[in-house]
Design a protein around this ligand. Structure first.
Ligand SMILES: Cc1cc2nc3c(=O)[nH]c(=O)nc-3n(C[C@H](O)[C@H](O)[C@H](O)COP(=O)(O)OP(=O)(O)OC[C@H]3O[C@@H](n4cnc5c(N)ncnc54)[C@H](O)[C@@H]3O)c2cc1C
Length: 591
């Protein structure tokens, strides 16, 4: 049977020792009241609820899947009760503004509860997540009247939310959507069109569903500058919040897919459905980006959570499974064979996965710190933090989900053939994690965003401040214990800096160079970023090394990463340097 324990000690290490959370919160007046003891209670409770209630529903949810019957979507057995418990525990509003019934916890807390939730049950996690994302976009773009009415109901779990962007012919390219919004005499709009792949578009977990829909006004300019955002409720609410007539929006079917089978992915038909404009006409895409940026870090965390649960199961299996003998002589001569842990290649798979998880956890917290700064700091500090968030969001989404999936694959391989069999659950982690690379903009599109908008467009300005920060951080590594770490890290930073300058120079006047370089550049960026995370962790662990093997292990894992994972950087650099020509030399007829 699959096992999972929330990695609370590792989380506390990152939170308290690496990021000094209490000092950080106290430096920001709106967060000064965040109580470390309360945060601890939140972590303990989150672990309990997720391990005991949501984790057991992961496998059964996968087997049963969401069901569609004549427009009605039923979630798997147990989901409804679990969602109630989740909502009543205040988990949907954990990071929300208390004005709307939230608990006001910073992102530096919710990244940890998100990791736990995605680790135990990603299909379930998507239902509250979509509501939280929709509420976030509304809170920044809708009127007070709309927010005061809708947001408390979303954060309490009474109502759920969706984001309706994709259409059959328009996924990455939202500029060509066809859904129309025609003004009604009463100030509302009639929305008509078909959206596909809508997560949680219809289900039985909440009384009402609030759809945020991208559509075009009759006089809208062509392309992405002509998209507006609308709020379309499933049931028209009465002024007292009770439900009135059913709106003309309905699920036409649900998708049968590779993974996250308990998450309903719906075709949604809008047939003159009544909706209200959110924000300004034709500025819907910008409003939706608030939601998408929030979701993008979450998709990276989905990869992290999956890789963590996969690691825990693979490590337990490798300890127990007896196969072959150690090359250096039997380690358990009294047994018929040694455990898998004697084999260097099994250790390599486990350590790689664990290195991704520990660096990924630290990186999620690092990104969360800048999200908190962008939201709660003021002036220049907030502006610089927003720049850092802009730079890191595509990396957090793509690199964390890429390495998360790789972690699930390595962990699955530790099981040999048993990893391919349903019984152990490993194949589900692989299937459920693949989607994190695809939705919210594919990882190829994230790489293009990083390369084009965040690097080339500002001539490397965001990268320059990041590189300077990394070099300064390396100076915290002092002494023989960490000398090798420091040298390897500084070399990788120099390589990233040189690569950035090279691609900027080559992109001038050669439009295909950016997209050709994008994925390898993002991987190079991510590899150096994870090295940076190990530097931050090692700087805390080194002085405490003798006191507890926990810290010595952190240093050893940093050493493993630098020597066995970071060298991938060289290959990525060479691939980027080869440029677009080897890719673009083929005529279309070749494919
Ligand atoms: C399970 C699931 C849940 C989803 N949930 C939602 C949801 O809740 N709401 C919602 O609106 N959508 C949702 N989606 C849709 C998802 O976000 C899109 O599928 C995704 O963004 C890609 O769009 P597409 O499928 O149309 O692929 P396309 O846009 O057709 O892309 C195909 C391939 O071409 C590449 N490509 C496309 N354009 C470019 C370009 N300009 N430069 C370089 N490469 C390019 C892409 O990277 C991709 O590899 C979901 C999808 C799935 C499968």
């Amino acid at each position: 049977m699959a096992v999972y324990k929330a990695p609370l000690r590792d989380m506390r290490f990152v939170l308290d020792e690496v990021f000094k959370a209490t000092e950080f919160w106290q430096s920001l007046p709106p967060l000064a009241e965040v109580d470390r003891d309360v945060v601890d209670a939140v972590l303990e409770e989150s672990a309990k609820l997720n391990e005991n209630v949501l984790f057991p529903l992961n496998r059964t949810g996968d087997e049963e899947g969401a069901q569609f019957n004549n427009g009605v979507v039923t979630t798997p057995k147990g989901f409804k009760e679990a969602f109630r418990q989740f909502a009543e525990g205040g988990w949907i509003g954990l990071g929300a503004d208390p004005r709307w019934g939230g608990q006001g916890m910073p992102k530096t807390v919710t990244v940890m509860t998100d990791e736990i939730m995605f680790g135990v049950n990603p299909s379930f996690a998507l239902y509250p997540l979509l509501g939280i994302g929709a509420a976030l976009a509304m809170s920044q773009h809708a009127t007070d009247e709309i927010n005061d009415f809708y947001l408390p109901r979303i954060y309490s779990g009474e109502w759920a939310g969706t984001m309706c962007l994709t259409e059959p012919h328009a996924g990455t390219d939202l500029g060509i959507i066809k859904t129309k919004a025609v003004p009604n005499a009463d100030g509302s709009y009639a929305i008509s069109g078909t959206k596909i792949f809508i997560t949680g578009g219809e289900h039985d977990l909440a009384d009402n569903i609030v759809h945020l829909v991208l559509a075009k006004l009759p006089d809208a300019p062509a392309g992405s500058k002509g998209i507006s955002l609308f709020l379309v409720p499933k049931f028209m609410p009465n002024p007292d919040g009770s439900l009135g007539a059913r709106n003309t929006v309905a699920a036409g079917s649900i998708e049968h897919k590779m993974g996250i089978k308990a998450s309903a992915t719906c075709v949604m038909n809008f047939d003159g459905a009544k909706g209200w404009l959110i924000g300004k006409p034709n500025e819907g895409l910008a409003a939706m980006f608030v939601m998408m940026n929030y979701e993008r870090l979450s998709m990276g965390i989905q990869g992290l959570g999956a890789s963590e649960v996969a690691y825990q199961n693979a490590a337990a299996y490798a300890r127990d499974r007896l196969q072959g003998r150690s090359a250096t002589g039997a380690k358990s001569p009294e047994k018929p064979a040694d455990s898998l842990l004697v084999h260097p290649d099994v250790r390599r798979m486990l350590l790689k996965t664990r290195a991704y998880n520990e660096a990924g956890r630290c990186f999620a917290m690092y990104t969360a710190k800048y999200l908190d700064l962008a939201k709660y700091a003021e002036g220049e500090q907030a502006r610089l933090a927003a720049d850092r968030v802009a730079l890191l969001t595509p990396v957090a989404k793509a690199f964390m989900s890429d390495r998360g999936l790789e972690g699930t694959l390595e962990a699955q391989m530790c099981f040999g053939g048993h990893g391919y069999i349903r019984e152990w659950g490993m194949e589900q982690y692989v299937r459920d994690t693949r989607i994190a690379q695809i939705y919210e903009g594919t990882n190829g599109i994230q790489a293009n965003d990083l390369m084009g908008r965040k690097v080339v467009k500002n001539n490397g300005a965001y990268v320059a401040t990041y590189v300077a920060e990394m070099r300064a951080a390396a100076e915290r590594l002092q002494g023989a214990d960490v000398a090798g770490l420091k040298t390897a890290f500084l070399a990788s930073v120099a390589a990233l800096e040189a690569l950035t300058q090279a691609v900027i120079a080559r992109a001038a006047g050669a439009p295909d160079e950016i997209n050709a370089a994008a994925v390898d550049y993002l991987q190079a960026f991510g590899l150096v970023t994870y090295a940076y995370m190990f530097v931050l962790m090692a700087a805390e662990a080194a002085p405490k090394k003798a006191s507890d093997s926990f810290y010595a292990d952190k240093l050893a894992l940093a050493d493993f990463y630098m020597s066995r994972v970071l060298p991938e950087l060289d290959g990525r650099v060479r691939a980027v340097e080869a440029g677009a020509a080897p890719i673009m030399q083929f005529a279309e007829g070749y494919f």
